[in-house]
Design a protein around this ligand. Sequence first.
Ligand code: 4NP
Length: 157
Amino acid sequence: MERKINKKISKILMVCLGNICRSPMAQGALENMVRERSLAVIVDSAGTENWHFNKSPDYRAQKVAASRGWEISAQKARQISSSDFNNFDLILAMDVNNLSNIEKIRPKNSKTSIRLLLEFSSMVNKNLPDPYYTNDFETVATLIENSCENFLNQYFK
Ligand code: 4NP
């Protein structure tokens, strides 16, 4: 059975490992769709690691994002912190490793929902491949695009 997200969603945090490939693209895609639908939703992104603090998204991610009309060049990488649980209504993780690392810093009384982005795709494997290693940014962008569309159709009809 589908797990419900009960709270009204207005702030969404996309999370991956380095915050320079997958989650910046996911942020850009969702921001673009939110703008097209005139929704009052704020999107941000972060990494579970702090390796690329204040860096722009990977140039390969920037190129593929720009080709789809997603503006991501102004983003700067940052690490997720426990205060993000108070600031966001929903955290969307790119893979199960991200999900378990995010759970480790959940504040004691936080009820914030954490879901996998690809739960909103028809893929059997719910882990978004990491294009930092695979170099396949196009496939990743298509998976992100489909998942974000399905997510918005489900929660913002
Ligand atoms: P991301 O990809 O988690 O999608 O941003 C990665 C970016 C950098 C590294 C690994 C994954 N890295 O090892 O530096």
